[in-house]
Design a protein around this ligand. Sequence first.
Ligand code: AGP
Length: 621
Amino acid sequence: MCGIVAYIGNKNCRDILINGLKRLEYRGYDSAGIGILAPKTAPKSSDPGYEIKVIKEAGKIKDLEKLLSDMDFDGTVGIGHTRWATHGVPNRANAHPHFDCHGEIAVVHNGIIENYAEIKEELVKKGHKFISDTDTEVLPHLIEEYLKSEADGKLLIAMQRLLKKIRGSGAIVALSLKHPDEIVAGRIASPLIVGVSKEGNFFASDMPAVLEHTHHFVIINDYETVRITRDDIQIYDLEGIIIQRDPFRVNWTLESAEKSGYEDFMLKEMFEQPYGIRETMRGRITDGVFHFEEINLSEEQIRNLKKIQIIACGTSYHAALTGKLIIEKWAGIPVEVDISSEYRYRDPIVDRDCLFIAITQSGETIDTLAAIREARKKGAKVMAVTNVVGSTIARESDSVIYTHAGPEIGVCATKTFTAQVIVMYMIGLFLARIKGTVDETVYEKIIEELEIIPNKVQQILNNAGHIKKIADETYRHTCFLFLGRIYGFPMSLEGALKLKEISYIHAEGYAAGEMKHGPIALTDTRTIVVGVIPQDFVYEKMLSNLQEVKARNAKIFALITEGDKNTAKYADYVFEIPKTREELYGILAVVPLQLYAYYIAKNLSRNVDQPRNLAKSVTVE
Ligand code: AGP
């Protein structure tokens, strides 16, 4: 949500900012802008010798590029921003950067200033004038005030004062005419990193923004302020005490953050799932046994575990639901699953003997972050499952299990989801072995099966053309019900979420047994019922549910186990899933559901990588 790129160095920053913002498009946005410090051609003697040139536009970065195409817009210091509207509609006036009264201080911001109204009132009383509806605009005006008084003309000190004044969240980056050799930034709760290179330094919301210039990064923590110059970075706390932190190197390649010939990131990322699953398991199975050093508990603590609490949002929540089924079945430990935004406000009872797991692909989701803070305050030990090394939730947790799906740029979580699900299977099995709740031969068989799951996912992907055909024939329907039972249920929820997100068609995911308690009223000729019906212990129940909706004129698309001729008799469309153990069907079933959502959305000419109103990491409530 919102993206920030800033650069100070010896290169022209115009393309660095534009390309960096393009790489952040996946975060979701509705307007964009850049500001650069440009030397004045004929400065007066009283002038600072620079001006801040700015260009902003509602819409996409390509709209900004059009405006830039015949402008002189060169400089070596600049800031850029993609805005996801919270306060004020997406238009040019509300786009960032925002300025102080004299156009001398430019600020970009990702987050929400909760007390902006009262700050604005104070500033208006002092004579400040505002031209946008945003909360952000108070920030350059506040900096202007601090520079005049307490900050003694020092931009970094003004930023420190500002962080003490505001409530809410923010990654804030400021540029000033009178400070042409530095850019300063501060952070409360919104992601901010520094990229370090020989040819200059960067601020960004996420690493892919500057991966083409550097692989060396420093993560900025809450309530820290930073000054970057052409050849140095300095981090300070709010009292001005310097903080030493060395850059670390990331191995992500630029190609991994590019489309590599695929039409969309989402398509590429779905096809990367066999790799993501394999990489996530790699190094964690030796001699047929799982090793999970990241689970920071002794064998005795595991044997005494009374409960596991999992929290997550959106797609990650569906991985959590799978985790509950698997852990309870294999390890016999009760698992409670909560949506993070509910958990954080419901005054939860935190049991110190419980293992607390937070699942989040981005590692930045604000509700999940707030929930783990709440749980830790009450004494819980938190283990994060995330795909992003160095993300806020990874750093604020007591231990981390990384999924190794590679960077996911499409807003839709696909490969990070299957990597999370495989982690749930691994955790379940790991705990079960220590607790002795799964027979040794069964344990070996499950591991054998897990090791070939990537091949089975590949087999499904090889058949994507068949899903496309079904999507081509069904995309005009206006109501989709996704039904499943037990291991198929979280995948029904996920299938419906994927379809909603990228096609904007109304879709519901339901436990099939709930049909008769309401949703069956929706079924008629306009409805497609997507049934996840593997040949497991609830197969016959699922089959009855599908017959019931068939009798009410809905069309049926069934995901069946290969060779299941029986269901095929009732379904209008079928897709065969390779055979596997019944507990593992979920990870196979979700892949055709992702593909189905994708091809329906493509039929409707939707932007699947950046669906409307959505953001890759939800960093505001
Ligand atoms: C997934 O397709 C969605 N974009 C969304 O539901 C996402 O899963 C949710 O916002 C949670 O994100 P996280 O995994 O980064 O915490």
